[in-house]
Write a protein that binds this ligand. Structure first.
Ligand code: AOF
Ligand code: ZN
Length: 366
């Protein structure tokens, strides 16, 4: 990995990289299998020739978009000796589109400044390829900012599997239903709306076949703006999914479902990875959640907690194999948000109009 101090780049390059980060953050597509990437091309005086950004899998990469824009604006010759400033190391692979490192070389680019090294093992190597061809290459500038642009994508690429967020909604004593199975309404309208916002941020929602049998959930995004396709509705387990199950039969156009016939969380994630999935929202139930914890495959927790006590009923998570306090699974809290009721829900009404708390947590790294 190459790292660099800001001294290795000119003020114009530094400014261009900031501009590329803003471009990617404001106009890039932050869902699906690919990262948000921005690119700015500078002439020898540090003036901007053209900009480009990536708009989602299958569309041109940021570098290719910037090169095309430059050719339209000033013609191909203006690129000889130019500098490309990119938020991510240019790719070296032929995937959905061609290799950007080669495209930059072919255009006559003399210098490349990038932020994050490409963590994708399939695409990495562009920096070396360019350097070997005689291009002046500086990587590792504004890395934290570039990582913040694609935190889930970056984590998934490092892990080589989808990033897993476990979501649950429960009473203060960690129960998801009463002893007789009834569960309406434990969490508030605001909590339930927030779950839809959360679903709209992931590419896959995963439940066990037991949850399908018990609750028949539809698992679609309904009450939140959808910026991309509906998440894939994946079901894991050996039991059959009933032919009339909501998640297999109903849903808006493009809301696909997939049955993973495995009990092994790692195998399930490997299959989802093959389907280009980067972010899985684990939504139930307790046995499935326990299996993911036992396999060390939970990366984040989002907990909706209602001010309700039941004292009996199913717990949010099954047996974790913990029999003494030193074996406890310890998490750290990264965010606490109070979800206040909307006045139309009737503040103080049991259930819909109550105040809930959303906790975001991460497993502690030993
Ligand atoms: C992008 N946009 O601007 C850059 C990317 O599936 P492909 O062929 O589109 O390749 C995706 C990989 O290419 C991605 O994981 C990343 O490693 C690299 N660079 N990808 O989608 C871009 N520069
Ligand atoms: Zn590329």
């Amino acid at each position: 990995m190459t790292s660099a101090t800001t001294a290795a780049v000119t003020p114009a390059e530094h400014e261009a990289l900031r501009r590329a980060l803003v471009l990617a953050a404001t106009e890039g597509f932050d869902l699906g299998p690919n990262p948000r990437v921005g690119c700015v091309l500078l002439d020898a005086d540090g003036a901007t020739i053209a900009e480009g950004l990536h708009r989602g899998a299958g569309t041109p990469h940021a570098e290719a978009a910037a090169l095309a824009n430059a050719r339209d604006a000033v013609g191909p010759d203006a690129l000889r000796g130019a500098t490309a400033v990119v938020t991510l190391e240019p790719c070296a692979h032929t995937g959905r589109t061609g290799p950007c490192a080669q495209a930059l070389l072919d255009a006559g680019i003399a210098r490349v400044v990038y932020a994050q090294s490409d963590p994708n093992p399939v695409a990495t190597g562009g920096g070396e390829l360019l350097r070997a061809a005689g291009v002046d290459v500086v990587g590792g500038v504004l890395v934290d900012e570039a990582l913040a642009l694609n935190p889930v994508w970056s984590a998934a690429m490092e892990l080589g599997r989808p990033f897993v967020t476990w979501k649950f909604a429960a009473t203060l004593d960690g129960r998801t239903a009463a002893a007789d199975g009834t569960s309406r309404w434990i969490t508030s309208t605001a909590s339930r709306a927030d779950v839809h916002r959360l679903r709209a941020e992931v590419d896959t929602v995963l439940v066990g076949t037991g949850t399908v049998a018990a609750d028949d959930p539809s698992l679609t995004v309904r009450d939140a703006p959808l910026r991309g396709p509906q998440p894939l509705r994946a079901v894991m387990g050996l039991r059959d999914v009933p032919t009339g199950a909501r998640l297999a039969t109903t849903g808006p156009d493009g809301a696909a479902s997939l049955h993973l016939r495995t009990r092994d969380p790692r195998a399930a994630l490997a299959t989802l990875w093959e389907h280009d999935r980067r972010h899985v929202l684990l939504e139930g139930g307790a046995t499935l959640a326990a299996a993911f914890w036992r396999a060390g495959l939970v990366d984040e927790v989002v907990a909706y907690v209602a001010p309700v006590l039941l004292g009996a009923g199913p717990a949010v998570v099954g047996d974790l194999g913990v029999d003494t306090i030193t074996g406890a699974v310890r998490l750290e809290v990264v965010d606490v948000t109070v979800l206040t009721p909307d006045p139309v829900d009737g503040p103080g009404d049991p259930g819909p109009g109550e105040t809930n708390v959303r906790l975001t947590l991460r497993p502690r790294k030993e």
